[in-house]
Design a protein around this ligand. Structure first.
Ligand code: CA
Length: 230
């Protein structure tokens, strides 16, 4: 249940942290703050959050990316990054650890809460579906297999590590093979409707997929439209 979900808010600006906490509380969530990276690791270990909101730029030895790495070593808990500058967005998007979403400062707390809701809805949906049916693996050319039940991609039987969104994107493209899909369609399907990020999010993830899966992946750029997996 996303009601009463525990959310850890890692943010070193107390004004922003308090505002985010206020909005989360108002929607029935249970937020816990941490203002340094060191404290964040303690609070996350203690509270076992359902979702983490993570500022990239933190004062002290550990920044948001360090925290993400530490968390990802142990769990798939969704992470929404708070970013202040373009270069931070690039670092988050290039991160192979799987940021579930990011919000650029200054942001509207209402918008942030909407993102939280969307992500929790999606993770719950995935958990529920997992209990019922087991979707079949999809075989692409040259020995690439996408197995949604195990969330695993193999190339010639070797597992390839993909971030959460990279997997979701590949799976969606695989289910719609041969169709030219616009970046907006891909954003809606993979990141959720109402996600306000820009097109380059898709481009960055496509770049990662091409890099990780190599020449076997026939993922064409359709000029003026988006992408098509053949
Ligand atoms: Ca900061």
């Amino acid at each position: 249940m996303s009601e009463n979900a525990v959310i850890v808010v890692v943010e070193d600006d107390p004004n922003i942290a308090d505002l985010v906490e206020l909005y989360l509380r108002r929607d029935g969530y249970r937020p816990y703050q941490a203002s340094t990276g060191e404290r964040a690791l303690e609070v996350i270990a203690e509270r076992r959050p359902t979702l983490i909101i993570l500022d990239v730029g933190l004062a002290g030895d550990l920044d948001g990316l360090d925290i993400c790495r530490a968390v990802r070593a142990e769990s798939d808990v969704p992470i929404i990054f708070l970013t202040a500058r373009d270069d931070e967005i690039d670092r988050v998007l290039g991160l192979e650890l799987g940021a579930d979403d990011y919000v650029t400062k200054p942001f509207s707390p209402r918008e942030l809460v909407a993102r939280v809701k969307a992500i929790l809805r999606r993770t719950e949906g995935a958990a529920e579906r997992g209990g019922h049916e087991r979707p079949d693996p999809i075989e692409l050319d040259l020995g690439i297999v996408v197995d949604p039940a195990r969330r695993e991609v193999t190339v010639a039987d070797n597992a390839v590590a993909l971030a959460t969104r990279e997997f979701d994107l590949l799976h969606y493209l695989a289910r719609n093979r041969g169709l030219a899909l616009s970046r907006r369609q891909l954003l809606d399907a993979v990141w959720g409707e109402g996600w306000v990020g820009d097109d380059r999010t898709v481009d960055v993830h496509v770049r990662q997929l091409r890099k990780k899966l190599g020449d076997g992946l026939v993922l064409e750029t359709v000029w003026g439209v988006g992408y098509r997996l053949d």
